[in-house]
Design a protein around this ligand. Structure first.
Ligand SMILES: [Zn+2]
Length: 139
């Protein structure tokens, strides 16, 4: 409610907080240097111990986890597969997402274990490959 405006015409959509543009916006809002406002540069810097870059990734993972926790509460899935560009960053982001999601999920949904959260096997190509497959199935 009253969140960031979205390209769909709504406000506060998860896309505005869990997408690559959201990650770039966070880095800019937090005053990171221009060379640290690309996702790859952010992950590299965080991996090398840059606290500001790591902080941006923590906030970003927190934003992603809000949507994941909602979905866990609604659907109670055994696993969640994270796709898109963020999934290509592997454990550097997934570990943050898992920890933040676990902290937000009601205890009954963490028993006996947390919902498994993993990266899409097709990485950041999953959307393109899925779209191509959809077209091919219609031919
Ligand atoms: Zn939207």
């Amino acid at each position: 409610m009253d969140g960031l405006p979205c390209t769909c015409g709504g406000r506060g959509c998860w896309e505005q907080y869990a997408s690559v543009p959201a990650l770039i916006r966070l880095a800019r809002e937090r005053g990171l240097p221009a060379d640290l406002t690309s996702p790859i540069a952010l992950f590299e810097a965080a991996g090398q111990g840059d606290a500001a870059a790591a902080s941006v990734l923590d906030v970003y993972a927190g934003q992603i986890s809000v949507g994941l926790a909602d979905r866990i509460h609604i659907f109670n899935p055994p696993a969640i597969v994270v796709g898109g560009a963020v999934s290509a960053q592997g454990e550097a982001l997934l570990a943050r997402i898992r920890a933040s999601t676990s902290a937000k999920v009601m205890p009954v949904f963490r028993e006996p274990v947390d919902v498994e959260i993993g990266a899409a096997g097709l990485g950041d190509r999953a959307g393109f490959i899925g779209a191509a497959r959809s077209v091919l199935l219609r031919c």
